[in-house]
Ligand binder design. Structure first.
Ligand code: ZN
Length: 362
């Protein structure tokens, strides 16, 4: 039996909490409610034979993507993952990094902030985004009619056609991160967010001074049912060669190109892993769902809904179904293939060997 397909935050959280066994659980209540009541971020800690080696699996950095991450966490726990892993190393699972987006089925948080663009140094001038500025007005329509999706996509393709030398101009323009359009897409925010502060606290408490391999589960980029382990690492570093051995051809490095993702500013796991004393291996495990145009269309409509729409409307229910389908398709065959990938990415023996190499003296 696999964990059931969940589409409500409360059910996904309960499914996770009821599988924790003897883990040390901690919860961080979010100041705002979800549609079904209180929401929060939960951590579960299983101390292993080596407490100085920690495998982290986190879900919901991008809210709605957390249904997939939560499924992966639950399915691994059902396969006795924590007990097998703790024979070698410790395990930290983080459920719903961005509980607000998770509960409201949004990719962003309560302030329309993309947490994976929020881990920049706010004491410094924030990155400019001239390419996003070109499309900002297109992706923030005031009205939504049956013609809007087609018109938005046409305008986006016209903008892209002005940059014929760069086939990924549009994806980069939209998703690299921007700090000047608070109602726009992939907005990095004006300051560290609630989840940012909680994650820094969790990192200090559980990961400081330890050797860390971190898998942050994401969705909606790439071929349906496949996945990339996306890292941003110096290709000459030891941690990168450990990651290569651990994840093989699934690995892609934003520092050297070849990833489905474009380079981004202020990503969470790479910033937090980079703050640790020892070289860590940290990846966004990115599962493919729907076509990129459908994912972008869903994000634009969801953003319109939260700015101009009404919560109790037929439109609300329809857009939320669209968001869930774009970020967590209800398809048993898809779930089976992403679980297979999760098993191989977090394989206990391969991870134990990776920790051995990460922590061996040069
Ligand atoms: Zn994501």
């Amino acid at each position: 039996m696999r964990p059931a397909h969940q589409s409500r935050y409360r059910d996904a959280r309960d499914a996770f909490l009821e599988r924790l066994g003897d883990a040390r659980m901690e919860s961080f209540g979010h100041p705002l409610p979800g549609p079904d009541g209180p929401i929060g971020l939960h951590t579960a800690w299983w101390p292993g034979a080596r407490t100085d080696r920690v495998l982290v699996i986190s879900s919901g950095t991008h809210g709605v993507e957390g249904y997939c991450g939560s499924f992966v966490q639950c399915a691994l726990l059902d396969e006795d993952f924590a007990r097998r892993a703790t024979e070698h190393f410790s395990v930290l699972m983080i459920h719903a990094v961005n509980p607000y987006g998770f509960a409201w089925q949004r990719r962003v948080n309560e302030n329309n902030v993309d947490l994976n663009r929020n881990f920049v140094d706010f004491s410094q001038p924030l990155p400019a985004s001239p390419a996003y500025d070109e499309v900002a007005a297109i992706v923030e329509p005031r009205e939504w009619t049956p013609e809007t999706p087609g018109l938005v996509m046409e305008a986006l393709y016209r903008a892209a056609a002005r940059h014929p030398d760069d086939p990924r101009w549009l994806q980069a323009a939209l998703s690299s991160g921007q700090y000047s359009h608070p109602n726009g897409q992939f907005y990095g925010g004006p300051a560290p967010q609630w989840s940012n502060e909680r994650m820094r606290e969790i990192t200090r408490r559980h990961l400081a001074g330890r050797h860390v391999i971190w898998v942050d589960v994401h969705t909606a980029l790439g071929e349906y049912g496949t996945a990339e382990c996306i890292v941003q690492m110096d290709p000459a570093s030891r941690a990168f060669s450990v990651a290569e051995e651990l994840w093989g051809s699934r690995l892609s490095n934003l520092h050297t190109g070849g990833s489905l993702s474009v380079a981004v500013a202020g990503a969470m796991v790479w910033t937090l892993a980079g703050s640790l004393e020892h070289e860590a291996v940290a990846a966004g495990l990115e599962y493919g769902t729907r076509e990129l145009a459908e994912v972008i269309g869903a994000l634009i409509e969801d953003q319109w809904l939260h700015r101009h729409g009404e919560a109790d409307s037929e439109a609300f229910a329809r857009v939320k179904r669209r968001m869930l389908d774009a970020f967590y398709p209800d398809d048993p065959a898809w779930r089976e293939s992403i679980l297979d990938i999760a098993r191989s990415v977090t394989d206990v023996d391969a991870s134990a060997a990776a920790f051995e190499r990460l922590s061996s003296p040069d």
